[in-house]
Each structure stands twice: as C-alpha cells, then as structure tokens.
Design a protein around this ligand. Structure first.
Ligand code: ARG
Length: 459
C-alpha cells in the first residue's frame, strides 16, 4: 500500500517496523477529536483564501462521511496507515478523490496530534469533575444520615478521640474538592491550541490560528511553535491529578476494607459491590475497594512512565512522544471505572451505628477530655496528662473503662475530680466539646455539610 509520505522512499517499509511504529491500535480513540480538528482547520483554510471554498466544502463533506463510518464502526483501520491521522486522511482521499489531499495544507501531524490530545483531555476533565461531584453527593448523603453516629477516630490506627462518622466522611468531601479544583485549574493549560505550529516552526501559509482556536473553543493559542508541538505538560498534569484522585480513593478503599471486616464490622458494603470466594462459601469480599486500591499503582506508573519518556527529550517533536497515549488512555479508563463504581458503592453502604457506638464505649478515647477537665480546674496540662495516664493504666489493670470508675477511685488520682466528670466523659459530650471551626462537634459538621452543598450548587 502506498504511504502518504512515500515519495522519498525506494523500498517498502519492513513489516515489523510498520507494526512497531504504528499507533493506530490505540490512537483510534482520538478519531472524533481528529475530525473535529480537521473540520476547523479546513474551514480556516477556506476563510483565509488558502483553499477555494468548493474544495473546502468537498473536504468537509468527506470528513463528515468518514465520521459517520467511524461511528458506525465501518472504518477499517490499518497498521499500514500508521496512526489515526493518516487512516482518516487516506479514507478521506478514497472518499473524495485527490482534493482530499489538500486538507493537510499548512499543517503537520505534530501540531495535529497535539491538538487532538488537548481536545480529548479537555472533555475528560469536564467528565471527571462531574464524576467527582457525584461521589461528593453520595458522601454528603451518608454524612447527613450519620450526624448522630459516633465512631472512634484513629491516629496510628489506634483509637484516639471519638468523632462523628459524618465528620470522617466529610474529610473525603474536602479531599475530592481539592481534586476537583486541581482539575479545573489544569483546564486553562489544556484549553490552548497547538494547531498552526506546523511541524515545529510555523507555516508559510497565511493561516489564522485564532480563528481555529475560536471555532474549537480554545481560550488561547500556544505562544511558541516549538513548545506547541513538544509540550506534554498538560498530559502529565492530568496524570498527576489522576494519581491524586486514586491516592485519595485508595485511602478510602483501605478504610472500607478494614471497616467491613468482621473485626471492625462498622459498615457493610452492598452485595452488588462485593464478590464471593470459589472455595469458602461464607466469604463476601470487598473486591471493588481492593481493586481500586490496587489499580492506584498503574495510575502512578503511567505518570512516571511519561515523566521518564519526556526526560531529556530534545525539542521539538520526537517519535518517543507517541508513548504519551497508552498510559493516558489507561489512566482515563481506570479512573472512569473507579469513580463510576465508587459513588453507588458509598451510597448503598450500610452503616452499623450500634457497632460503632459499642466501639466508642469500650475504649479510652475520652482520655484527652479528662485531661482537659483537670486543666480547666487549674492543673497544668503536662501534670494532667500524667495523672490521666496513671488513671488509664489503673483502668487497664482493673479491666475497667474510665466511665466505670467510682468517685472514690477518681479522687485517688486527683482531688480536683467532681461528679461532673461523668458528664464530661460521655461520647456525645466529648464530640460536641470540639466546637471549633473544622472540628467534629455536630453544629460544625452541619456547617461543613451546608457549605459543601452550596459549593456544589454553584458549579
Ligand atoms: N502517531 C504520532 C504520535 O502519536 C503522530 C505524530 C507523528 N509525527 C511524526 N512526525 N511522525 O505522536
């Protein structure tokens, strides 16, 4: 088969080379964006008088026919045509004849592929912001249903202080909010047009890059043609943002795996989001949570893979850069899968409030509060800490919790204790005492929920 660039060659390409260098097996996912870019480009060629209007119409018509073929799954991609750009261009020429060969006037695959990637990621950013917001909604619904659910809060995975379960869930709402904002911020660097940079230096044709940008909805045009064709920062930024999202999801996954174990039994994931064991009939495994946790690795890998590809690459385009696609597409698929499953998994999760409460009743997570109690009675905090440490040790030796101690026992440790200590030690009291902005007290968490809701209403 003759190549679009065959003129300079006297031999056929080696079959293995053809397969090795082709990207069509994966860049076919950019088909829609490639046609979108070509339509804008050819419209501009007409507007600038570079092509006669008649040719422009023929080419546009042909491109739309090719688009139809793609959508109906009729276009047969071939490795001989190397990549999506040349597969489409060849098909266009087959459809409309040699006039189709005028489409590539004033353009190179280097600025073309960069444009496709910008268009592709621009839509993905919008999609992922939407998916993250769905997840935030599921978290908010669970948070509202758990404003009275008290659960141990942990540090070092040791019980630390009791908190509202709603407060714990709202931490994830904040984390995903930062992810949303990072994606939104990256949009201004994604939404920049490379087309018109040509192969690397611009073009001799009197093109209008700003007209193309406007047609494609880009807010800006790359300032420098070399940068336009060799910049992959916007892809790296996306891969980094995806890594943050997966890192956040994987932390949540780890908690869900722990919480749904028999040892914790804080939550039960819906049957629809779990799978069984082929040998142990009793098993219900949190596979989705485990797999999202596991897939975080490949998303990090894709970031580092491309970072490494770009390291020390000279300007401008190098074929190495074709390696930007598979990892990016894999990250997009992985993130789509994770986020699509996560929101309904959270929404259908059953919260075992009694079990959480039982855990809180059987721990020393109210110890800080009696230390604070003694401080309020005038004891320096360090001394109060020491007194309560001894009290806790006594409890452990006696097989008791702080609320089990009698007044006599309390006063053995400090004469500052009064009857009101029993009130101070109640989990509700412990939680509500943390009534600072961002703290776990009910009114604070309610405030955080309503702020999150009004933020969602704005976007
Ligand atoms: N398939 C190529 C890529 O993805 C398109 C650009 C090719 N340009 C070139 N000069 N070989 O990077």
């Amino acid at each position: 088969m003759s190549k679009l660039w065959g003129g300079r060659f006297t031999k056929q390409t080696d079959q293995l080379v053809e397969e090795y260098t082709a990207s069509i097996t994966f860049d076919k996912e950019l088909a829609e964006e490639d046609i979108q870019g070509s339509l804008a480009h050819v419209t501009m060629l007409g507007k600038c008088g570079i092509l006669p209007q008649e040719d422009v119409e023929t080419i546009k018509d042909g491109l739309n026919r090719v688009l139809g073929m793609i959508r109906r799954g009729e276009l047969e991609y071939t490795v001989a045509n190397e990549d999506i750009h040349m597969n489409i261009e060849k098909t266009l020429i087959d459809e409309v004849g040699p006039v189709g060969g005028k489409l590539h006037t004033g353009r190179s695959r280097n600025d073309q592929v960069a444009t496709d990637m910008h268009l592709y990621l621009r839509s993905r950013v919008v999609e992922f912001v939407g998916l993250l917001q769905k997840l935030q909604e599921a978290l908010l619904t669970q948070a509202k249903a758990n404003l009275d659910t008290i659960v141990p809060g942990y540090t070092h995975l040791q019980r630390a202080q009791p908190i509202l379960f709603a407060h714990h869930l709202m931490a994830y709402v904040s984390m995903f909010q930062r992810d949303i904002e990072r994606l939104q911020d990256s949009y201004k660097r994604i939404n920049v047009l490379p087309l018109g940079a040509g192969a690397l230096a611009g073009t001799t044709f009197p093109i209008d890059r700003h007209f193309v940008a406007e047609q494609l909805g880009f807010d800006a045009v790359y300032e420098n043609s070399l940068d336009a064709v060799s910049d992959r920062d916007f892809i790296l930024e996306f891969l980094a943002n995806a890594s943050f999202i997966m890192m956040h999801l994987s932390r949540f996954c780890e908690e869900l795996v722990l919480w749904s174990s028999t040892e914790f039994a804080f939550v039960e994931l819906d049957d629809a989001f779990c799978t069984g064991s082929s040998i142990m009939p009793q098993k219900k495994n949190p596979d989705v949570a485990e797999l999202v946790r596991g897939k975080t690795g490949r998303v990090y890998g894709n970031l580092f893979g491309l970072m490494t590809v770009l390291k020390a690459l000279p300007l401008a385009y190098n074929k190495d850069m074709q390696e930007d696609k598979e990892g990016m597409l894999d990250t997009v698929r992985t993130l789509q899968g994770a986020l699509q499953l996560f929101a309904p998994m959270v929404a259908t999760m059953k919260v075992n409030k009694d079990r959480m409460r039982q855990a809180v009743n059987q721990d020393f997570s109210n110890a800080t509060d009696i230390a604070d109690y003694l401080v309020n009675k005038g004891l320096p905090f360090r001394q109060a800490h020491e007194v309560i440490g001894k009290t806790v040790l006594y409890c452990i030796q006696q097989g008791k919790f702080l609320l089990d101690l009698s007044m006599e026992e309390f006063t053995q440790f400090s004469t500052l204790f009064g009857e009101d200590i029993y009130q101070v030690l109640q989990p509700e009291q412990v939680v509500n005492a943390r009534n600072v902005y961002g703290g776990t007290a009910g009114p604070q968490v309610e405030g955080a929920i309503s702020r999150a809701e009004s933020r969602m209403g704005e976007t």
